[in-house]
Design a protein around this ligand. Structure first.
Ligand code: ZN
Length: 202
């Protein structure tokens, strides 16, 4: 499965000058919403991800995704694994489980994102679930930005990866883009201005 081609064909592999949520700048941005707007493609990606998880012998009762980005990927993964799907959301900055969603003591969870960058939101979701008695058996994402090490890639996690090393992380592909701090960005030096992805129609 050529994930890069799927992102490119969906117009989800953006090239420009982007301001990331971390404050860093990048020439590329993955807009997973553009891939997931096609439910058939979303389902195919989730089936592939589920296959890897099942092959590794991971069994789970529920998928939990951080809103908003993770919800569609998490929902499709849960469908492919035939298990429940819930999501956490930020309330005044704190990752929270709302809407009557429940975690039973000892229930096994997969935390799913669309893209894992450093894994910060996924980790916050994992902590929220663990505090309520859930057990985190895996992390999953459609794509990995290359800071964390997905299972079977043979690569090492970088120091800024926030996912725990003792829980497997599954993703379909690595996309390793160079990122620049704002004061050391070659595109800024050429006079262009970084834009926040999602604004200006991208
Ligand atoms: Zn820049």
């Amino acid at each position: 499965m050529n994930i890069e081609l799927i992102y490119k064909n969906a117009g989800a592999y953006l090239e420009g000058h982007f301001l990331l949520s971390s404050g860093n700048h990048s020439r590329y941005y993955l807009q997973s919403a553009k891939v997931l707007e096609n439910p058939r493609v979303a389902a195919e990606l989730a089936v592939e991800l589920a296959k890897q998880i099942k092959l590794a012998g991971i069994k789970a009762d529920c998928v939990c995704a951080p809103a908003l980005g993770g919800i569609l990927a998490g929902y499709e993964l849960a469908r492919a694994l035939n298990i429940r799907s819930i999501f956490t959301e930020r309330v005044e900055g704190k990752m929270t489980l709302r809407r009557g969603f429940e975690v039973k003591e000892g229930e096994q969870f997969i935390i799913c994102e669309d893209i894992i960058t450093t894994g910060g939101s996924a980790l916050e979701t994992a902590k929220t679930i663990a505090q309520m008695g859930g057990k985190i058996v895996a992390f999953a994402a459609l794509a990995n930005r290359g800071f964390c090490a997905r299972k079977s890639s043979g690569k090492q996690a970088k120091p800024n990866c926030q996912l725990p090393y003792d829980v497997p992380f599954f993703a379909l592909a690595d996309f390793e883009f160079e990122i620049f701090s704002a004061d050391n960005c070659p595109m800024c030096k050429l006079g262009s201005q970084a834009v926040k992805p999602g604004s200006r129609g991208n």
